[in-house]
Design a protein around this ligand. Structure first.
Ligand code: CTP
Ligand code: MG
Length: 254
């Protein structure tokens, strides 16, 4: 379904249309043996479907590009066909790559024209609330080329000289001031042209897309993240995710 047939709003500039790219091609090694992480069930529904619904819950998002495990694109397409999305949301599925960075780039390559704002959201963060998604989009609309949802840290962080063998004591070399540190989540939001340029020009190891925009010398801003936007990484995270879903079901019952 495309929005093109709808009448345009009576006044003001047309709102920028937003697309979400969801990298979901990872194996989930830290979660342990089993299906690719994005296809594992949470509350009986694949994690990826939760993540797609979380993006589609925002009224601004009219397209979702899912970057599937390389051999799983057909399976992901039929999963998306089987789970209802809002009428206003189209989806596209493409096979992913060897690294998250490559998977995101393949997703960007599949973006049709007409979307000026792009979100990049980990399939592994299935429970991000729609208010967080909307806050990221809003900050891009207000002019930031790159926006990250971020939370203060509970733990103090130490920089160490990494051990040569696992389990060996590691010398601590610094303690950054905790109040100035943030843990960064997704969806990260971008001016589309900026993100495409970052993915074309920045090479080397980066763990998030906003970091690539920083390397272009542009300003990245942080907006408040949400504790339910945590990343499902290790087995204990599955327990927490199931508990969050159970709490939501309980609250919806009232
Ligand atoms: N991802 C991807 N393509 C890759 C690697 C990762 O699309 N080649 C995606 C994952 O599917 C996930 C997101 O990037 O949604 C964040 O990565 P991470 O949490 O590290 O997931 P995995 O790489 O699957 O997990 P692990 O590192 O434990 O194997
Ligand atoms: Mg990984």
């Amino acid at each position: 379904m495309s929005d093109d047939s709808r009448p345009s709003p009576p006044a003001g500039p047309p709102a920028a249309r937003t697309a979400a790219v969801i990298p979901a091609a990872g194996r989930g090694v830290r979660l342990g043996p089993g299906a690719p992480k994005a296809l594992r069930a949470l509350g009986g529904t694949p994690m990826l479907i939760h993540a797609v619904r979380a993006m589609a819950a925002s009224r601004a998002v009219s397209l979702v590009v899912v970057v599937a495990p390389p051999e799983g694109a057909a399976e992901v397409r039929s999963l998306l066909d089987a789970h209802a999305l809002p009428e206003r949301t189209d989806f596209v599925v493409v096979p992913g790559g060897q690294s998250r960075q490559e998977s995101v780039r393949l997703g960007l390559d599949a973006l049709p024209p007409g979307h000026d704002i792009v979100l990049v959201h980990d399939a592994a963060r299935p429970l991000v609330p729609v208010d967080t998604v909307d806050a990221v989009i809003e900050a891009v609309r207000e002019g930031a080329p790159a926006v990250v949802p971020a939370l203060p840290l509970a733990d103090t962080v130490k920089q160490v000289e990494p051990a040569r063998a696992p389990g060996e004591p590691e010398p601590v070399v610094a303690t950054p001031e905790r109040a100035r540190l943030r843990a960064v989540q997704t969806p990260q939001g971008f001016d589309r042209e900026t993100l495409v340029r970052a993915h074309r020009t920045v090479t080397g190891d980066v763990t998030d897309d906003a970091g690539m925009v920083e390397q272009l010398g542009l300003t990245v801003v942080a907006v408040p993240g949400h504790e339910e936007a945590f990343k499902v990484t290790r087995p204990l995270d599955l327990v927490l995710a199931e508990a969050v879903l159970a709490r939501r079901r309980l609250n919806d019952g009232f």
